[in-house]
Design a protein around this ligand. Structure first.
Ligand code: AMP
Length: 399
């Protein structure tokens, strides 16, 4: 099936052609006709499935077809992180090149001045993170009275990141009569309730990227000692001549330490995480995309929305506690039909995390032996939780 079968306008087809997209992805195939028909949509899909175009293309088409006399915001796309917001805005720019629609993006952490100036000039489609949106609404710079289409993107992340109250506040200020598109990678109960509250007779579309995306990615695990992880990373980067790698650490501090270590070893690296300014994060991301940096070390939240087609390697420097996060992380590679390699380091106290990941993905990740930094099997294993608790109790009794 090609995009032509989806009854998209010439203006959009031309833009898609420039992007080099010929066939719609599964979420696009299912969602575009629903959105074009004016119905509400519940999309269960994660980043990497092509969901931005799945809502972006039909929104551009609907708004472009139906000229509006008012100068208010006609579509609002609410997304949890600045990086995602910027990426959605860039996609709208690319897909909407041949339309007359205007779009803009607002997010926190930077001065509001230029964002406000753009809003004053009039914006058809606004991409926003919740905090800055509410802030500018409260200051009277944003009015959503003429809104026609609302998109809630990554609803489950909104919940994880503590934005759900802000999201509910935004929803209260939307007109009753509107089309709503709701996207979430997972559907925990609170998200199901939110969807029920917001959507009217929605059509549900669901894609299952975890296994299909993950199938294409070669996965490996190296058992090692915690203090040796940085040396092992350096060894693997150097001995395999790896040009682009995204490295995930559990903590911000850990990300900084790894980036500093690699930089000292003359591997051009930067860390991105929530403590870095928006400009520093965007610079690091741009430098990485332009090939000026080889390695980006990131925490999960900062890496949300990082979308680099040529990324060949993802390293799990630390294994995530939540097994779904592993799937999200490694889904950053193997994009756009490319091969991807995901390498995980597992220290003695991370065996449980590894087991949980293998259970979730129903796979056994191949173990690579014979590397220079093997796990010291004679080392004292980390005490089991029960023992630790018993020890604590004993010591408190002694006190
Ligand atoms: P998303 O899930 O929206 O973040 O998209 C993931 C990646 O797929 C992005 O790099 C898009 O540019 C790319 N993409 C989206 N739709 C298509 C398509 N139909 N064909 C090829 N690549 C696409």
């Amino acid at each position: 099936m090609s995009f032509k079968n989806l009854e998209l306008d010439e203006a959009l087809l031309k833009a898609l052609d420039t992007q080099g997209y010929t066939n719609p992805t599964p979420i696009q195939k299912q969602a575009i006709p629903v959105v074009l028909s004016g119905k509400d949509l519940l999309g269960v899909a994660q980043t990497g499935t092509g969901k931005t175009a799945a809502f972006g293309l039909p929104i551009l088409q609907l708004l472009n077809e139906k000229k509006s006399s008012n100068r208010g915001i006609r579509s609002l796309i609410l997304t949890p992180t600045r990086e995602l917001a910027i990426q959605i805005d860039e996609s709208l720019e690319a897909y909407g090149k041949h339309t007359r629609l205007s779009h803009s993006v607002i997010f926190g952490g930077v001065s509001q001045h230029s964002q406000v100036q753009k809003l004053k000039r009039g914006v058809d489609i606004l991409v926003a993170t919740p905090g800055r949106l509410l802030d500018l609404m409260n200051q009277g710079f944003i009015n959503l009275k003429s809104l026609e289409i609302f998109v809630l993107d990554e609803a489950d992340r909104m919940l994880d990141m503590g934005f759900i109250h802000d999201v509910k506040k935004v929803i209260k200020s939307l007109p009753e009569k509107r089309q709503t598109l709701f996207f979430s990678a997972t559907m925990p109960e609170e998200i199901q309730n939110l969807a029920k509250m917001m959507l009217k007779n929605p059509v549900k579309v669901e894609v299952t990227p975890p296994s299909s995306t993950v199938d294409k990615i070669q996965q490996r695990v190296y058992f090692t000692n915690k203090p040796d992880k940085r040396k092992l990373l350096l060894h693997l980067l150097e001995s395999n001549g790896i040009e682009t790698a995204l490295v995930f650490t559990r903590t911000k501090h850990g990300a900084d330490k790894v980036a500093r270590f690699l930089d000292k070893a003359k591997i051009r690296s930067a860390a991105i995480h929530g403590n870095k300014s928006q400009n520093a994060r965007q610079n690091a991301l741009n430098n990485f995309k332009d090939g000026k940096l080889n390695v980006l070390v990131a925490t999960d939240i900062a890496a949300r929305g990082i979308d680099i087609d040529e990324l060949t390697h993802v390293f799990n420097f630390d294994l995530p506690n939540v097994p779904e996060t592993y799937v999200h992380r490694i889904g950053r590679t193997g994009r756009a039909g490319n091969e991807g390699i995901a390498i995980s380091f597992c220290a003695a106290d991370e065996r449980k995390e590894l087991k949980d990941i293998e259970k979730l993905a129903s796979i056994k990740i191949p173990v690579i032996d014979g590397h220079p930094y093997p796990m010291d099997l004679n080392a004292e294993p980390a005490p089991a939780a029960q023992n630790r608790n018993r020890n604590n109790r004993q010591s408190s009794r002694r006190r």
